[in-house]
Design a protein around this ligand. Structure first.
Ligand code: DAK
Length: 253
């Protein structure tokens, strides 16, 4: 079987690629564990000076809905995405999400843990969890409002729609949008620039910015609230409807 997450070093730049294209790179437990394993390698590698995170075809269409449908609240709470996402956010080197195609739900939340987000013109981002009878639970309700402001974040989270690359650029979610064929080179250019900056000062600046967010507690609480929704009819209905490819019937229970 092909590796679900690919990792390579291009000079002193690391490139992490989610590789589950048939499921639009949906983040299953195995994919997230693999990302975590690669992060453990990256953390120990003194040579690596910047990391690009990307996906094959799409960035990632969210957590694997099929794997979540029948979870109860305890199992959902144990579905530890946030630890891996926090680990990525707190890497000492700068990180760049190179976003192509869909970055939805947990996929967008993964991109939000990176220091920069560069996208191709075909990128579409959103937090569609509400349409599944749940809410974002891996940092989305905490990181997105801080990045793009509460009103725009609420529009995305409470309505659950998608926005295109140019709108996400205007909102400040992306720092740059380029044609698809230029995405990787553009991310590399930025990574190489960052790699030339003094390592210790970069690490200190990033740590200080992250400290200032003081968001750890909010992210833990978000996961608690998120998992409580797995006791509801609407979560089961929303996710079963996605799997059955039909419209959900919500009853508010
Ligand atoms: N999960 C599983 N499979 C997915 C998927 C997903 N998120 N997204 C796409 N796929 C699969 C589809 O089921 C389909 O598979 P087959 O039927 O071919 O077997 C294939 O990928 C292609 O999808 P479509 O046939 O739907 O293709 P379309 O072009 O029509 O649509 C789409 C593409 C990306 C717009 C659509 O697939 C879609 O809406 N996908 C779901 C997006 C979504 O709702 N994402 C949010 C998921 S919830 C936490 C842990 C996790 C999370 C939070 C907290 N904690 C532990 C605290 C995260 C939650 C989420 O991300």
């Amino acid at each position: 079987m092909e590796d679900l997450v690919l990792y390579e070093k291009v000079g002193n730049i690391g490139v992490l690629k989610v590789n589950r294209p048939k499921a639009f790179n949906a983040l299953s437990r195995e994919v997230v564990d693999e990302i975590d394993n690669k992060l453990a390698i990256i953390e120990k590698d003194e040579e690596i000076r910047a990391l690009i995170v990307t996906g094959d075809g799409n960035f990632a269409a969210g957590a694997d809905i099929v794997a979540m449908v029948e979870l109860n609240p305890e199992q959902a709470r144990a579905f530890l995405f946030s630890d891996t996402f926090n680990r990525l956010e707190n890497l000492s080197i700068p990180t760049i999400a190179a976003v192509c195609g869909y970055a939805l739900g947990g996929g967008l939340e993964l991109a939000l843990t990176c220091d920069f987000r560069i996208a191709s013109e075909d990128a579409k981002v959103g937090l569609p969890e509400i349409t599944l009878g749940i809410m974002p639970g891996a940092g989305g309700t905490v990181r997105l409002p801080r990045l793009i402001g509460e009103a725009k974040a609420k529009e995305m989270i409470l309505l659950g729609g998608q926005i295109k690359a140019d709108e996400a650029l205007k909102a400040g979610l992306f720092t740059k949008v380029v044609p698809k064929e230029e995405l990787f080179d553009e991310a590399m250019k930025l990574a190489e620039k960052l790699a030339q900056r003094p390592k210790l000062a970069l690490k200190a600046a990033k740590q200080s910015i992250n400290n200032g967010k003081a968001q750890a507690e909010a992210i833990v609480k978000e996961a608690d609230i998120w998992s409580s929704l797995f006791a509801t009819h609407d979560q089961k209905e929303g996710m079963r409807a996605f799997v059955d490819k039909r419209k959900p019937q919500y009853i508010g229970k």
